[in-house]
Design a protein around this ligand. Structure first.
Ligand code: MEV
Length: 331
């Protein structure tokens, strides 16, 4: 039996634009997904113990049709597509090192990261799965390779519309800077960040495709994507100087630009304004948008209270920086 876990993440700046080669700065925060792997004779059995949604179990053989079960479609898709691809990446990595991969697996996924809500749930599950399965096969991958293989999983499942940002961030921990293939960790202070979650999920693939279409149709949308890149470059120096006033201002502008690209939603806007009204230096949606989470910079107790009184908000929590990234547990 082998267990690995990885944190969730929020974007200080740069989601969506990062898909087009602009820089982005996500940072890992203290919510986690853990994956425990046991061997079985053959096939793959995935048990979702706690996914911040109802648990379920599904058993299938990669390459065969997915059985009908009573579970939300997005949850089933997350379990079968992301986890199935992650297991294949792990087998390939182990086979390259001449490990014996002739075994089936039972995986138990536990997570307190809201699923499909902009907090990097799929990246965390994929990274933890590849790490736990390879270690169960006797192979420990360097973190860079793990992040790269996890990116390949997201790229495949999201039809090519994925950046390296989420997977690199949750593997390394802390704040990172991603621009195309160039991925670096950043020295970062533990900023007072609060997350508000509206209980909804956003379809990353559809949202990314929507931005792509806007960008191809309207020059203003392409300019908006470039403007997000400029904002991120400005944000990096504010982060290095721990200039919270500028960071907050840039987060607010980033939210406006994401709204212009059509990826915000009324509950997200409501939570952003509730946080600003409660004194946040800045607040924005985080991740793909459409529904899910906002991140706000300011006094955690104040912001948590204000968000929890907001109709649109189902859950609000302080999100301290996670500096560990991937954690290797029992094996
Ligand atoms: C999703 O968490 C972030 C996006 O930029 C997509 C990606 O970077 O893969 C929308």
């Amino acid at each position: 039996m082998t267990t690995s876990s990885a944190p969730g993440k929020v974007y200080l700046f740069g989601e969506h634009a990062v898909v087009y080669g602009e820089p982005a700065v996500p940072c890992a925060v203290g919510v986690h997904a853990s994956v425990t792997v046991d061997r079985r004779d053959e096939g793959l059995r995935i048990r979702a113990g706690e996914l911040s949604l109802d648990g379920f179990a599904v058993e299938y053989r990669p390459g065969t049709s997915v059985p009908e079960i009573d579970a939300p479609a997005d949850l089933l898709a997350a379990a079968t597509s992301y986890v199935g691809e992650a297991v294949e990446q792990a087998r390939a990595a182990a086979a390259e090192r001449d490990a014996d991969t002739a075994t089936g697996f039972e995986l138990t996924v536990d997570s307190d990261i809201p699923l499909g809500a902009g907090l990097g749930s799929s990246a965390a599950v994929v990274v933890a799965t590849i790490d736990a399965v390879t270690r169960e096969l006797g192979v420990t991958l360097p973190r860079e390779e793990l992040a790269d293989r996890a990116y390949r999983v997201e790229h495949a499942v999201q039809d090519g519309d994925a950046s390296r940002a989420d997977t690199f961030c949750v593997t390394m921990g802390g704040a990172v800077r991603v621009e195309g293939e160039d991925c670096r960790t950043l020295a970062t202070p533990d900023l007072p960040l609060v997350v508000g979650y509206d209980g909804e999920t956003g379809e990353t693939g559809d949202l990314v495709a929507g931005v792509r279409q806007l960008r191809e149709t309207y020059p203003f949308a392409a300019d908006t994507v470039s403007a997000i890149g400029d904002l991120v470059r400005r944000g990096e120096s504010a982060l290095a100087a721990e200039d919270r006033a500028t960071l907050g201002e840039l987060m607010n502008i980033n939210h406006g630009l994401l709204s212009a690209l059509g990826v915000s939603a009324r509950p997200l806007d409501e939570m952003v304004w509730a946080a600003r009204d409660a004194g946040a230096r800045g607040a924005k949606l985080t991740g793909a948008g459409g529904g899910g989470c906002v991140v706000a910079l300011g006094d955690p107790a104040e912001l948590e209270r204000a968000l929890s009184y907001t109709t649109a908000c189902e859950r609000a929590f302080h999100a301290p920086l996670d500096t560990d990234g991937l954690r290797r547990g029992e094996s």
